[in-house]
Write a protein that binds this ligand. Structure first.
Ligand SMILES: C[S@@+](CC[C@H](N)C(=O)[O-])C[C@H]1O[C@@H](n2cnc3c(N)ncnc32)[C@H](O)[C@@H]1O
Length: 280
């Protein structure tokens, strides 16, 4: 009887492993294709200056946000079984698939920070004249919210807010190794963990934080999430920001919707929300 149970478990675990080869979660918002001149036109026509568009909350973000301590020195963060990456690490093969930037900097620096922000393109010194006062460099400056990593019950570990986070605020960047989809699938074949960490960002590119990444890898799925992911362009490369969909209170677990893609056995969802669809 016991042997039968063990056999079943082995079969189940190898089936799950096989199935997980197809498993990714998807980043939600794509970079919009934007004609910079067209994007600017309505603003210029309405004579709205960039300063009018800077929300008061953005000013608070800049003052309040501190760089998080490095996870190795943050007590709340558990000893890492992954290697820490501050920024994405691209493979040559993934670089070859990197889409062309949607906004060039050929016109020279300007003060269109809010236009770039609306287009989900971060400013750089080449594109913007605002310098240190520019409010559109959150990913580059790592203006992350305060958080801690701790157990989320049956889901494994989870990512928890340590302060109130306003709707729209940057929480953290999803950082990992940037691989081609094929390379990511190859890696999954050797995955010994029950968790998967690959986020497809389109163009056959996956950000995989299984072996190397930052604490965004601990953000769990919810069918009624309080955060969302968005693809930004920073210095010509795509990056994924996790931002608050609504006010998140200190102590709440931060979650986003994985839009999980799997062709095999589905993972039972433990998000606990009333809107739970039952599976990831
Ligand atoms: C990116 S990891 C999230 C961090 C993970 N909990 C950990 O401890 O490393 C994704 C994995 O977490 C688990 N997970 C995330 N959200 C879940 C949910 N709502 N219900 C059940 N398991 C979940 C699944 O095993 C999934 O493959």
């Amino acid at each position: 009887m016991k042997e039968n149970q063990a056999d079943q478990n082995v079969r189940r675990s190898s089936r799950l492993k096989q199935n997980s080869i197809q498993s990714y979660f998807k980043q939600e918002k794509a970079i919009p294709v934007v004609d910079k001149k067209k994007a600017l036109k309505p603003l210029k026509e309405a004579s709205i200056s960039v300063n009018d568009l800077i929300k008061p909350e953005n000013v608070v973000i800049k003052i309040k946000h501190e760089k998080p301590e490095h996870p190795k020195t943050t007590k709340a963060t558990k000893p890492a079984s992954f290697r820490w990456l501050r920024v994405n690490k691209w493979t040559k093969e993934a670089m070859a698939l990197c889409p062309k930037p949607i906004m060039g900097t050929d016109d020279g620096p300007d003060d269109d920070c809010e236009v770039r922000k609306a287009c989900m393109v971060e400013c750089t010194d080449k594109s913007c004249t605002a310098g240190p006062s520019c409010g559109n460099r959150g990913l580059q400056r790592q203006e992350y919210a305060k958080y801690e990593i701790r157990s989320a019950g049956g889901k494994g570990d989870g990512f928890y807010a340590k302060e109130d986070i306003k709707a729209g605020e940057l929480i953290i960047e999803y950082v990992g190794e940037v691989l081609t989809k094929d390379a990511a699938q190859d890696r999954l074949k050797h995955n010994t963990s029950r968790h998967v960490y690959g986020m497809g960002i389109g163009d056959g590119i996956v950000i995989d934080s299984a072996e190397r990444g930052n604490d965004a890898r601990f953000i769990n799925h919810s069918c009624d999430p309080n955060a969302e992911t968005g693809k930004w362009e920073v210095r010509g490369r795509p990056r994924v920001a996790v931002t608050a969909r609504r006010l998140i209170l200190a102590g709440e677990e931060v979650t986003f919707n994985y839009h999980f893609e799997t062709e095999g056995e589905r993972v039972k969802c433990m998000c606990g929300s009333k809107k739970c669809r039952g599976y990831l």
